[in-house]
Structure formats: structure tokens, C-alpha cells
Design a protein around this ligand. Structure first.
Ligand code: GTP
Ligand code: MG
Length: 290
């Protein structure tokens, strides 16, 4: 589960009997150390200071509760399940810079849909990186689902086109599209994604039901730029936060929540296909102090 996030925050609070400026200052540092942006950490601690004064909170346990409540209040509005189209196939584009966990997350999604009794189809539309197609094929085999592929270097939008046609012909209700994390330039990447988007629009009569941006929870503040760039280029419908198991941080979720009103749909917490969970603000807030 989501253990060990915000370790430092928990450590600051543990064993403190009284609430004083020193405690609040250490808390602010701990939040920044856990990837909460500096302005947000300051704001959160100011609020806590006020809350402790008004609600006569005198011990660390009270501060912990107030902080948890604040985190839940920030993140709960962003909790949202995946969009499933009324008219199948649901088309999911999985986006993100290189190495964040896109392909692994696709395997997890496919596994999740299979568990639900659905019939997912994978589209190997990362035609750029060497061995990307083979990697997705290995996952398709493990999960036990079909995959549509072309050769490396093929037009990724053409792969998505093929996959949508195949899904319609063979009754797949979900198409999950892998995409490249890096092309020669960022401009190329965004243009390629836009082209895929146009193909989906043309073939489905609507935009992709999910443009799911994968964020690596260990990346730190740069995640904010990633959300901004993909949002501007293709419009992001939801976030999947991968590698939450690999970090004692997790504050980047708060920073992102502060800047964007994009739903956080799922979290990945391991390298296996089972390691995917819906994002739950309350669980996240509770995990902060374990
Ligand atoms: N611990 C942990 N590792 C993960 C998680 N998700 C992915 N990984 C690992 O991250 C590495 C990169 O994963 P990929 O799925 O290949 O990432 P990608 O975004 O598809 O990478 P490119 O296709 O090269 O852009 C692999 O070693 C995965 O096992 C996660 O939730 N937790
Ligand atoms: Mg990949």
C-alpha cells in the first residue's frame, strides 16, 4: 500500500509533545523535502499555525490530524475514476516523458480491465524507442491480451488507427495506446501526439476518452512542467502517479493539485501488473505519517 510517504513529515511530528514555532518550522522543511513546493509548504504551515491557535491544538497529534485534513481537502476533489465510454471502445492514450512508467502502467491497466471482465487491446504506438514494441508484447503475453503492432519507425498514428479498427471488428471494449516518451525533439513528440489525437477523433467521432499522463512520483518539481506541457499540447484528462512505492516523498501530488485541476485517477506502486490502485486522498493522507 502507500506506506512510507512523507517519512520526514512523520518523523518531525513523532515524539513532539508541544506545538511551537520550532516544530512548525521543521514541518515546513520536511514538507519541502517531500517535494511540496516552497510557497505551498509555507501556506500550509501558516494555516496550521492559525488552526493550532484557533482550535487550541497543543500537541503533535493534533497537528498531524489538522495536516491530514488539509491534505484530504486538497486532494479529494481530484479523486476520480477512469472515464469509460458509453459507446465502446473506450480509447486511452498513455502519455509521459521517457522512463516514467508508461508501458508498465499500460500492463497494469490491461490487467485491471481483464479483472473487470473487459477485453482490452494494446496498441504499440511507441514506434520510436528500440525494443519498445517487444516490451509491450511481453506484457500483453503476461496479461493475456491482444496487441496491435507495426514495425519500429512506423507511423504511430497508423498503429492507433489499426488498433481502433481491430477493436471494432473483434469486439474489444478498451484500446490502450502506448506512446513514445521521447522523439528527436519535444516539438516532434507533441506533434505526433496531436496526430494520434486527430486519428482518434476521426475514427471514434470523439476525443480519446482518457489522455492519461503518467508522472513518476520520484521526479520532484519538474513534474509540474510535464503536466503543463502535455496539458497545453493534447489536454490531459487524468494523472497516473507511478512509482509511489519508490519514494518517501509524494508531496509532488500536492504541488500538482495546487497548480492544476486535473483529476488524479490512479497510482502505481510496484513493478508488477497487480501494482495499480485507484487514487484515494484519504489513504494518501494517512500514508503520509506511516
Ligand atoms: N517501483 C516501481 N517501478 C516502476 C513503476 N512503474 C514502472 N516502474 C519501472 O520503471 C521503469 C520504466 O518503466 P517503463 O514502463 O518502461 O517506462 P516508460 O515510460 O514506458 O519508458 P519509455 O518507453 O522508455 O519512455 C521500469 O524499470 C519499470 O519496472 C512503479 O509503480 N513502481
Ligand atoms: Mg514505454
Amino acid at each position: 500500500m502507500l506506506r512510507g510517504l512523507f517519512k520526514r513529515v512523520g518523523a518531525v511530528l513523532r515524539g513532539r509533545a508541544i506545538v511551537d514555532d520550532e516544530l512548525l518550522e521543521s514541518l515546513e522543511e520536511a514538507l519541502i523535502g517531500a517535494d511540496v513546493s516552497a510557497p505551498l509548504a509555507m501556506e500550509m504551515v501558516d494555516e496550521l499555525r492559525e488552526a493550532t491557535e484557533h482550535q487550541h491544538i497543543t500537541d503533535a497529534e493534533g497537528v498531524k490530524q489538522a495536516l491530514q485534513e488539509r491534505v484530504v481537502a486538497m486532494l479529494q476533489p481530484l479523486e476520480e475514476p477512469l472515464n469509460i465510454a458509453a459507446e465502446p471502445p473506450t480509447v486511452i492514450l498513455v502519455l509521459g516523458v521517457n522512463g516514467v512508467g508508461k508501458t508498465t502502467s499500460i500492463a497494469k491497466l490491461a490487467y485491471h480491465f481483464k479483472q473487470q471482465g473487459r477485453k482490452p487491446l494494446l496498441a504499440a504506438a511507441d514506434t520510436f524507442r528500440a525494443a519498445a514494441i517487444e516490451q509491450l508484447e511481453v506484457w500483453a503475453e503476461r496479461v493475456g491480451c491482444d496487441i496491435v503492432r507495426q514495425k519500429q519507425g512506423a507511423d504511430s498514428a497508423a498503429v492507433v488507427y489499426d488498433a481502433i479498427q481491430a477493436a471494432k471488428a473483434r469486439g474489444h471494449d478498451v484500446v490502450i495506446c502506448d506512446t513514445a516518451g521521447r522523439l528527436h525533439t519535444k516539438v516532434n513528440l507533441m506533434e505526433e501526439l496531436k496526430k494520434i489525437g486527430r486519428v482518434v477523433q476521426r475514427e471514434m467521432g470523439r476525443e480519446a476518452d482518457e489522455r492519461l499522463l503518467v508522472i513518476d512520483a520520484t521526479t520532484g518539481q519538474n513534474a509540474v512542467n510535464q503536466v503543463r506541457e502535455f496539458s497545453q499540447a493534447v489536454g490531459v484528462t487524468g494523472l497516473l502517479i507511478a512509482k509511489l512505492d519508490g519514494t518517501a516523498k509524494g508531496g509532488i501530488l500536492l504541488t500538482i493539485a495546487r497548480e492544476f485541476a486535473i483529476p488524479i485517477k490512479l497510482v502505481g506502486n510496484g513493478e508488477k501488473m497487480q501494482d495499480l490502485q485507484p487514487f484515494l486522498a484519504k489513504e494518501f493522507a494517512e500514508g503520509m505519517f506511516d
